[in-house]
Structures are given as C-alpha cells and as structure tokens.
Design a protein around this ligand. Structure first.
Ligand code: GDP
Ligand code: MN
Length: 375
C-alpha cells in the first residue's frame, strides 16, 4: 500500500525527522490562502499523487511571487501524472538547497534483510545514477537483532558527510527512519532528496512510503491512510467475493480455475501475442453465482473486449460447469465474446451442452487462446 508525500511527511514529523512546513490544498483558492497564511515569499507547489517522477512531469513548481501560486496550483491540479489525476497539492516552504542526497530503507531479497541505501547523487535522476553508476549508491544490510545503534548510525553517516554537525543530524535521521520503517511494517521508506540547505541543515523535502499489505491488519493507523485506486477497489471487491484477482492492463479477461492454470493461461495469451487483462482464479466450483460475480468483476474493467474461460474439470465436472455458465449468462446482460475451453471429467458432455449457444467452445488451450487473441 502506498501513501502520499504529505501523509509520509506527517509520519516523518511524528518520528522527529525534519521536514519543511506545508499545507494541503484541494483547489487554487485554498492554495492562495495557504500561501498568505504561511507568510513566506518562496514556496513550492507539489502535486500529491501516488507515483514518483512528479518533478519531471511538471508537478513540482517553485513559486517566487504571489501571482504564481494560483497559476501553478491551477495547472498542477488539472494534470494527470502517469495515469494518476492530481486532486490535491501541497504548498510547502521552499528551502535553499546546497546539495541533494538519497536515503532509503527497503527489503532486499539477496541479503534477505532490510537494507539502507544512500547516495550523494540524490534528486530526480537517481534512477539514472542507479543504472549508469551503481557504485554511487551505497548499500548496507541491517542485522535485525542489532538494528542501528549509535555507532552504526554514525558510521553510515560518515559515508556521506564529514562535518560533525551534519554527521550527527544524518545519524539521527537514519535511526529514526529505520524505527519508522520497522514499527509500521513498511516495505519502503525513502527520502529523495534529503537536502543539505545552505544554512547547513538536513531536511527531507520529499517522502515516500510503501507498506506491506500482509501487515495492515496490525497497522490500524496506516490503514486509515489508504486511498484505493480504481484497480485496488476492484481487487477489494474480488477479495470480498473470495477470488484471487490481480488487475493487469491487457484486453483479454481471464476466468480460470486454479492458480497454476491461471498463470499458464496468461503465459499462453502472451505467447500468441495478446495481453491478459487480469489474473483470476475462481477456485473449483460450478456454482453459477460464482460465474456471475466473476463476470461482473471482469466487466468492471472497460479495457476487457473478450473473455476467456479456461476450466480444468477434476472434482468439478465439466457438464456442471457448462450448466453453471448457461444459467449465469441467462442473467448477465453482455454481448462481449466469450471463449470457453473445458477439459477433464465429462468434457464431451460439457462441450455438447454449449454447442449452438453464445459461447465459442474450444477443445485445446492453444485453440482457445488463439480464438481470444484474434477475436
Ligand atoms: P519527485 O520528482 O516526485 O520525486 O518530487 P520531489 O519532491 O523530489 O521534487 C523534485 C525536485 O524539485 C527536487 O529534487 C528538488 O530539486 C526540487 N525541489 C523540491 N522542493 C524544493 C524546494 O523547496 N526548493 C528548491 N529550490 N527546489 C525544490
Ligand atoms: Mn523525489
């Protein structure tokens, strides 16, 4: 689960990590009022969306005089950044930047531990730094039993700073960020950039946090920050109905029984040049209500132009599945093409029942997938 910058900064503040002052605004008028209340000449207008790269997309603007506030806030509030509509901005105190650093904690699969990543080359080009100069990004695995005591925090801080006042500030930020990361079951806590101001202070001017969904049951405070995207709302609906469902961005809706078969179906679609719209395991049952719910789920996604139903009949018999499908589609009002591949117990009977109906029936998986890709 992701949260917005302003939400992450609230958490940073509560853990004592320095952030600049800011006010959340939903329209240009509020932005102007915030600007007046802050009584600072230079502020930054920043889009609040659940994605990075806002700076490069024009979603971060430095304001030097009052007239620019409503102009920039108005522009940014109308923007879409990587498919996310900007619905709120923060007006934040502008800082005088001497240099930009990168600091984050994340989970590293190689070392099977939390790692601290730091770089003196922080800022908007960090991805490029990582790709072209990977040795400029320092990585330190953290032993969970030791954590980050003072001596380690200072050792890490010395990697980026020499001045003792800055080393102390950095060591404290590292410890607090680590505590926040572990307390809240985060999978990412990132500051990019952490800036050194010309006055000599370290301050987090950006904040990004992601949390482990499997831990949300014990993180009620974090859960209140959840703002589901359309795809996440659909996934929540699927969960409620008892399906395993992941939304993707293709056009072939998949309804499959069994996770392994569902993954194979997605692979086959790719193999034949198509794009799956989702992963969906409806489990083993021929209950027509399940098919109705699953179809409703697939049709929520406007990109779906064909549905591929791939059923392996083991304990569930194919003739039962066929009769479930017929009952379900009597109730469903949709003209979308539906391709059905039934195999396993009583497959002939099942296929026979679907002959001459709205379904296009395939015998093999290859045939079914080709039909779906080409329809
Ligand atoms: P991101 O592009 O989504 O990561 O957004 P950031 O919050 O990291 O902002 C992008 C860039 O805007 C930063 O790397 C800074 O260079 C610049 N920026 C952000 N806030 C300020 C500020 O207060 N003063 C100045 N001078 N630049 C800022
Ligand atoms: Mn950033």
């Amino acid at each position: 689960m992701k949260i917005h910058e302003y939400q992450a900064k609230n958490l940073f503040s509560s853990y004592g990590i320095p952030v600049e002052k800011y006010v959340l605004c939903y329209d240009a008028e509020e932005a102007c009022a915030a600007y007046d209340a802050m009584q600072m000449e230079r502020v930054v207008v920043k889009a609040q969306v659940l994605t990075g790269g806002r700076g490069k997309a024009g979603g971060v603007k430095l304001v030097k005089k009052r007239e620019e506030v409503s102009q920039y806030a108005g522009n940014i509030l109308g923007m879409t950044i990587k498919e996310y509509k900007v619905e709120k901005v923060i007006i934040s105190e502008a800082v005088h930047i001497a240099s930009e650093y990168y600091v984050s904690f994340t989970i590293d699969r190689n070392t099977k531990s939390v790692i601290l990543m730091m770089s003196a080359e922080g800022g908007m080009d960090i991805e490029e730094v990582a790709a072209t100069m990977p040795d400029k990004i320092l990585k330190f695995p953290i032993d969970p039993l030791i954590g980050i005591p003072d001596y380690l925090a200072r050792r890490f801080a010395f990697e980026l700073f020499e001045n003792s006042a800055q080393v102390s500030q950095m060591a404290s930020i590292i410890q607090k960020l680590y505590k926040l990361f572990t307390d809240k079951d985060a999978s990412l806590a990132e500051i990019n950039p952490l800036v050194l101001t010309i006055e000599g202070n370290l301050i987090a001017i950006d904040a990004k946090m992601t949390f482990d969904n499997n831990a949300l049951y014990r993180q009620p405070q974090i859960l209140t920050l959840f703002e589901p995207t359309e795809a996440e709302k659909t996934e929540a609906y699927a969960k409620e109905k008892g399906f395993s469902y992941v939304q993707l961005d293709g056009e072939i809706g998949c309804m499959v029984n069994g996770a392994g078969l569902a993954m194979t179906t997605m692979d086959m679609i790719k193999l034949y040049g198509g794009h799956p719209a989702n992963f969906l395991d409806i489990g083993g049952s021929s209950n027509p209500n399940k098919v109705i719910d699953a179809m409703a789920l697939l049709l929520r996604d406007a990109k779906v132009r064909v549905v591929l139903i791939n059923i392996f009949g083991g304990i569930t018999r194919c003739d039962d599945v066929a009769s479930g499908l017929l009952t379900a589609f009597e109730k469903l009002k949709t003209n979308i093409p539906v391709i059905v591949r039934l195999t396993g117990t009583n497959e002939k009977e099942g296929r026979e029942m679907l002959k001459g109906t709205r379904f296009r029936v395939a015998e093999t998986m290859g045939e079914a997938v080709q039909l779906a890709v080409n329809s």
